[in-house]
Design a protein around this ligand. Sequence first.
Ligand code: ADP
Ligand code: ADP
Length: 225
Amino acid sequence: MSELNLIMLGPPGAGKGTQAERLRTDFNLPHISTGDILRAEVADGTELGRKASEFMNAGKLVPDEVIVGMITGRVAEGDARDGFLLDGFPRNEAQAEALDAALLELDRHLTATLLIEVPDDDIVRRLAGRRVCVKNAAHIYHVDFDPPKHEGVCDQDGSRLEQRADDREDVIRTRLEVYHEQTEPLIAYYDRAGTLRRFDGLRSPDEVHAHIRATVATLRLEENL
Ligand code: ADP
Ligand code: ADP
């Protein structure tokens, strides 16, 4: 069996987490979300969480030295042997280079970089209306675009839904600036590497999912040839 080593790329609110959760079940891959890992550290009050939270609340990137070791270690774990879905990493060129080096060391390579494209104006509406399950951060909703059956309650486990601390309009603007400045150059980086695949994030979650799933299924067939 070939590996599926995948990166989800796109601005905050593009739908990376929503799609990663679906692809996780389709292809049986671990969904590795740096944002979720960091928020769990903050909630647990660890040293790392304390360091990270001031950057997260301001919408800035957490320093590379905190993130890189965490993720390069994570992709080397047993459950990621057949592949992984990286969501929220890499976010700048230094992180992308560190990931390349770590994969080379493991004698592995990237299968694809899945870019979900959404314009800035839509991003603000998406993030302002995002609601997340307090028990499982992978259960993501939107008050207008993907509402739960009962307001404020997770369909999947009945827990309360909450708004993320950084989904406030002023912080959203900073996050978008950071994205354009530091993360967007990765589109050219992965285009040069030949792994980039683009998806129209303005389609419905089901349509985006169908497109990505078809692409990943084809890539897997090609890897097996
Ligand atoms: P979104 O996809 O909505 O932008 P994330 O959950 O991926 O949000 O990230 C939330 C915050 O966590 C970021 O604004 C940043 O402070 C921090 N963070 C997440 N991933 C990284 C990373 N790879 N490098 C640096 N900071 C990160
Ligand atoms: P990211 O992980 O890229 O930050 P999320 O998956 O958390 O993005 O999605 C951000 C918000 O947009 C959530 O409220 C989610 O329900 C909503 N959303 C996700 N995909 C779509 C879509 N295709 N159309 C409309 N809203 C979407």
